[in-house]
Ligand binder design. Structure first.
Ligand code: S3P
Length: 166
């Protein structure tokens, strides 16, 4: 059984996928991303799944995608921002090397962009993001073995900080 070298968690706009790609490149390993896994498995975008089937259905698919990736993948794993809200997923993360990429509202909003197509942000990017950051901050910190601040930092600098934190 493989295990990811590092699991990246944090909200939308934290840079999980971008930083994960840099880390994976540097180590010569693959990046796996649970949003992409769900989309590939379903043949639909995350947005389509939310609209067609609702958020609970997406969360069930996400839970299975995370479980599979944690058991199979030995590179870098980026989790969808809401994955850690699931108690079974939090239990599965115990014992893994989990890095929380922390981001404040201003940087998160500017990274996702005002025209974000993420279903949870539709119509009110800043307002929804603020709510999500407030609700989840303690949960991300609770599953993390290390926390890396990303505000004001570009992806290469964040990737270096992650390597230094391991
Ligand atoms: C979500 C984050 C998204 C995606 C979905 C829900 C969330 O992933 O899974 O839109 O609940 O925070 P990213 O964090 O990769 O954008």
């Amino acid at each position: 059984m493989s295990r990811p070298r590092v699991v990246l968690v944090g909200p939308m706009g934290a840079g999980k996928t971008t930083v994960g790609a840099l880390l994976a490149d540097g180590w010569g390993v693959a990046l796996r991303d649970t949003d992409a896994d769900v989309e590939a498995h379903q043949g639909r975008s995350v947005q389509e799944i939310f609209v067609d089937d609702g958020e609970p259905a997406f969360r069930a698919l996400e839970r299975e995608a995370v479980a599979a990736a944690l058991a199979e993948h030995d590179g870098v794993l980026a989790l969808g921002g809401g994955a850690v809200m699931d108690p079974a997923t939090r239990d599965r993360l115990a014992g893994h090397t989990v890095v929380f990429l922390r981001v404040g509202l201003a940087d998160a909003a500017s990274r996702v962009g005002l025209a974000s197509s993420r279903p949870l942000l539709l119509g009110n990017v800043r307002g929804q993001l603020k709510k999500i950051l407030d609700e989840r901050a303690a949960v991300y910190a609770g599953v993390a073995s290390a926390v890396v601040d990303t505000d004001g930092r570009g992806p290469a600098e964040v990737a270096e900080a992650v390597r230094a934190a391991l």
